[in-house]
Design a protein around this ligand. Sequence first.
Ligand code: ATP
Length: 221
Amino acid sequence: MADGGPLGLLGGTFDPIHHGHLRLAEEAAEGLGLGGVRLIPSGRPPHRGEPASSPGHRLAMVELAAAGNPLLEVDAAEVADPRASYTVDTLERLRGELGAARPLVLILGADAFAGLATWHRWRELFALAHVAVANRPGHAPHARRWPALLDAALDDACSPRLTTDEQALARAPAGSVVPFEMTPLAISATRIRELLAGGHSARYLLPDDVLDYIWKHSLYR
Ligand code: ATP
């Protein structure tokens, strides 16, 4: 991955990874001038029930999906950690690894952003990284039109940080909130799991290599 430019961080359960995630990473990289995007599968996500697939399978699928794209790299640290995965801890670890000066950009879909104020030590996230928020079909609170849709505390924290100047991301290591538009893709891992469990095709919603892996390991049956 290129060292130049801010580093994007895309965390997720990736149960399984799909083309919504991959276009989110690709369009964030291109649209926001990122040097690359690090995909960070969550080991034990604290905000939801146990994922359908194990951390090891989810990591393997993310690695297959990222292979061959020089913009993408995979961070296995949360999967390797037996504790709950908190983004603030991951960002602190990355600061230790990458230094205080490298701009870091936490990439979130609108649904994840809307729940940000429930995250562990969420107010500290803005000192550690910028936040980039993408539209997601079916999830109204895009940052560009968030009033009334967002929790008041989140609105208060984000409004002064809001910018549409993508260059702001390269000028400081952290602290801005940047909405951006991506190709709307109404793909979710939930829907893919439902299709597979019902014996239906999920082809073209996720990479073929990932689907082959799912078949080979009899996942989501
Ligand atoms: P599930 O259906 O199991 O909840 P998901 O498809 O939402 O999964 P996650 O791994 O929970 O996938 O998402 C990781 C990140 O990717 C979140 O920030 C989420 O908002 C974003 N994301 C996932 N799918 C899309 C999509 N189709 N468009 C935009 N953002 C997306």
